[in-house]
Every structure is written in C-alpha cells, then in structure tokens.
Ligand binder design. Structure first.
Ligand SMILES: [Zn+2]
Ligand SMILES: [Zn+2]
Length: 225
C-alpha cells in the first residue's frame, strides 16, 4: 500500500508512514474520536459536546481527510466544486466541527462563513440542517443566531431534541445557568418519546445524543434540591 499523504510505499501493517509520519490508520476516525469521548463529556465543555457531534455516522466518507487535516498532514482539501450543494454544506459543517474540537480558532473563523453560506444557499432547511447551522454559529461563539435556530426547530417541532441541545449549549456559552439547566431538563423530559420516534437525524447524531443524555442525567442527579 502507499501513504495517502506523501505517496511513499509502506508496509500494509504500518501504523505510521516512515517517510512523512502520517497516521496510516486514520481511515477509522469514528473509533479514534470515540476514545476521547468520555473524559470530554465529563468536562462538559462546549468543545467536548462539539467533539461528540463529529461522531455522526454520516461523517464517515469525508472524515478521513478531515481527521488527517487536523493532524497536520499535507493532504489537499477535497474538491468541493464537484459536490451537490447539500453535500458541500455537510462537508464544510464536518470540517468546522473538527477544527473547533481541535481548538483551531483561526481555521474555524476561516471556514465558518463558507459553511454558513453553504447552508444559506440550500433551497430549504430541515431540522437537521438548522441544527448544523446552530452548531456552526456556536462554534463561532454566536449565541443569538444559534438560539434563533433552536426557536425555529422548536416552533416547527415543539419537542425536537436538537432544539434543547442548541439551547443548552448556547446558554452554557452565555453563562446563564438557570436557562441551561432548563434546557437539559426539557431534553430529559422529551427524550424517551422523541427517541422512540426514530427520526433519521437522531440516528445520524446517535452517539452525540446518547452522550448528551448521560450528561443531562448526571447534571440532574448533581443538582441541588
Ligand atoms: Zn507519507
Ligand atoms: Zn445532522
């Protein structure tokens, strides 16, 4: 086999390229990210919640490049001009989430307007797309537009879990503990019935929702009575 970063021939069993040091096993990004999840969520940082979001199963196809890029390999960016508008928006979303998780704020600022612009060009936004836009806004520290996306989601679907997730993270950034707690409580209250609906977007973000649920339970049991 050959290294995808520099093209050198490498043994099939090698973990790293002997020439450029690229991680040759990076085609398993979901597993790699999952390892970091438990401690990340325990810290309850916004970054940790964003990390978990990257675990969405739909990220599989594009994730290798994104992960390698975040490890600093010289792999070129994918050719986004060949993609459908939906795919382009989704790839840019994944890219910003990975960069935000890696705390590369300069790169986040660079890609963020492009990613949000890609969603604005779509003819219509469903709840999942609105959730992506909300998370992008949060990655840029823009709580007002993120809360607006949460409101739109909850207006169309009053019990949609993504609305409560966006609110919890936005109020966390704003330091509004009371509203943050209320958002977590609303999530817990609606989670059983909502998850039973098997909405496809919940399946896309299953790992994240499971982690968020655990965090909500943890907070509830730790809350003062
Ligand atoms: Zn190499
Ligand atoms: Zn999604």
């Amino acid at each position: 086999m050959s290294c995808r970063a520099c093209g050198s021939a490498v043994p099939a069993t090698a973990k790293f390229c002997h020439k450029c040091g690229a991680n040759l096993k990076a085609e398993l990004p979901a597993a790699a990210w999952r390892v970091g999840l438990p401690w990340g969520i325990a810290g309850a940082a916004v970054g940790a919640l964003l990390t978990a979001l990257v675990l969405r199963s739909g990220a599989g196809r594009g994730a290798t490049n994104e992960v390698q890029a975040s490890f600093g390999s010289p792999l070129p960016a994918p050719d986004i001009s060949q993609m459908s508008p939906e795919e382009r928006a989704s790839r840019l979303f994944n890219r910003v989430m990975v960069l935000a998780q890696a705390d590369k704020q300069d790169s986040v600022s660079f890609f963020l307007p492009m990613a949000i612009g890609a969603y604005q060009q779509l003819p219509a936004l469903d709840n999942d797309a609105r959730y992506h836009v909300g998370l992008l806004q949060l990655a840029g520290g823009n709580t007002t537009p993120a809360l607006a996306e949460a409101d739109t989601i909850l207006t169309s679907t009053p019990t949609h879990l993504f609305g409560f997730v966006l609110r919890a993270q936005a109020y966390h950034q704003l330091g509004d503990r009371a509203k943050e707690r209320r958002a977590y409580a609303a999530f817990l209250k609606n989670a059983p019935a909502e998850r039973a609906r098997n909405r496809p977007e919940y399946n896309d973000h299953k790992t994240f929702l499971d982690a968020f649920h655990q965090e909500a339970v943890r907070r509830q049991s730790a809350a003062p009575r």
